[in-house]
Design a protein around this ligand. Sequence first.
Ligand code: ZN
Length: 100
Amino acid sequence: MPFVELDPEIVWAAIEGYQNELAPEQKTLDAFYRQFACRRCGNKCRKEVVGKHAFGDPSTLVPRSLLRCEICDYLFDPHSGLEVEAPKPPLEAIQRSSSK
Ligand SMILES: [Zn+2]
């Protein structure tokens, strides 16, 4: 099915007068995510949206994210604390095992 983009003027007219309910909630969630660092190596994490998890909480209007470490790929849920994907082994460990 082809995707037909709506005329922007029609879109703006349709939402005119309504309050943006999503932006404040997204801002709060982003502030929540910024307080986390990778539990394994302490580096910066990026948000990752996973379909089944994103709207798992019926009380939220915006999709929730998991956090993935930019260095070791460790993936965890900052909302529940659950580990979703184990971190990659350090590069040195991979090189050591392949040189044996
Ligand atoms: Zn890490």
